[in-house]
Write a protein that binds this ligand. Structure first.
Ligand SMILES: [Zn+2]
Length: 341
């Protein structure tokens, strides 16, 4: 990996909701080359789940939640990086030699890249390296057509990783790939299902150069640099989008829960941009993790153990124009039926 004459490389991992950012981060962090990597995860909702899915959460893992670092909690990004660096200097955390930042799926990468390139304190110790963007092989085309953030995430990337190509139709993956090549012809392309994505593949020549990207990227970064947004920027995202979470203290009846989720997605899949959860299922010793994007529910995964002492079920939804209360009420009704049975 390139030497950075004393600067700590920062790698941005972005990609739309449910495109596989955390799964990729987990894979990369499992590689010994990434042993000394600090991690900063930004989650849109008030409950963070992604960090619970990473095998080893330690003091080098920073969670920024309840807002988006591209806008509503923008200032928190450089503050968190600064604080992490000071801890490193004081020896409060192991001396990490790389920082990986996972954005929310809704993030506009331009203000984040701009902060990492321009913030005077960040620049003093860190150097923006390669930007890696995951694109959902199943939903990517629709997301590019519907969500401007998704196009910007693709355009700023050094590496574009098409995920779920093993379950998507080959023709759809081909159409998506050619659309991505039009948006970002300079990027390196990978299919996560086919390739052993290794740090030394993704972080070779690891210096971010906006000049190698489409002209639009330069325009976005200039606009960001010209406008001082201060620490708190207005919400940049579609106002119809909101995140909420449901917490259940009692173990869930798996059959009832599965039926409820399937019916919910069948009915409202269009507007359920993302659902993910860590579940306490009746009769199961360890937690069950669920992931869904619109109409698609991925096979549940079983964690080896509870990542913390909190064994409540937590489900995070990111929806468009759907009332959280109606979803909460329908789950409560289902649970009620299941418990009465
Ligand atoms: Zn934002």
């Amino acid at each position: 990996m390139a030497l950075y004459d004393g600067f700590i490389p920062v790698n941005l991992l972005t990609g739309f909701l449910g495109s596989g950012k955390t799964t990729l981060l987990q894979r990369l962090l499992a590689n010994p080359d990434m042993a000394n990597t600090a991690v900063l995860i930004n989650e849109f909702g008030e409950i963070g789940l992604d960090h619970l899915l990473l095998e080893n959460i330690d003091e080098e893992t920073v969670i920024l939640q309840s807002g988006c670092v591209c806008c509503t909690i923008r200032g928190d990004l450089s503050n968190a990086i600064r604080a992490l660096y000071n801890k490193r200097e004081r020896g409060d955390v192991p001396s990490f030699d790389r920082l990986a930042i996972e954005t929310t799926g809704l993030a506009d990468p331009a203000p984040i890249v701009s902060t990492l390139l321009a913030d005077p304190v960040v620049r003093h110790h860190f150097r923006l390296g390669n930007v890696v963007t995951t694109v959902d092989g199943l939903h990517g085309m629709m997301q590019l057509e519907t969500h401007p953030e998704s196009v910007k995430q693709a355009a700023v990337a050094d590496h574009l990783i098409v995920t779920k190509s093993d379950i998507a139709a080959a023709a759809d993956v081909a159409a998506l790939t050619s659309m991505l090549r039009r948006i970002n012809p300079a990027a390196s392309f990978h299919k996560s299902a086919d390739e052993d994505l290794r740090p030394d593949t993704l972080f070779r020549n690891d210096i971010y150069d906006p000049a190698t990207k489409a002209a639009a990227v330069g325009d976005w970064l200039r606009t960001e640099a010209e406008h001082d947004h201060g620490n708190r920027d207005v919400n940049r995202h579609d106002r119809g989008i909101r995140a909420f979470s449901i917490t259940e203290d009692q173990p869930l009846d798996w059959t009832a829960f599965g039926m409820w989720l399937t019916m919910l997605l069948n009915r409202h899949g269009e507007n359920i941009l993302r659902v993910k959860g860590i579940l306490n299922v009746a009769g199961a010793e360890t937690p069950v993790v669920i992931h869904g994007v619109q109409y698609t529910v991925h096979p549940p995964a079983h964690l080896e153990r509870w990542p913390t002492d909190d064994h409540r079920s937590r489900i995070v939804f990111i929806v468009h124009s759907l009332s959280p209360d109606s979803i909460k009420r329908s789950l409560a009704a289902f649970n009620g039926l299941a418990n009465a049975a």
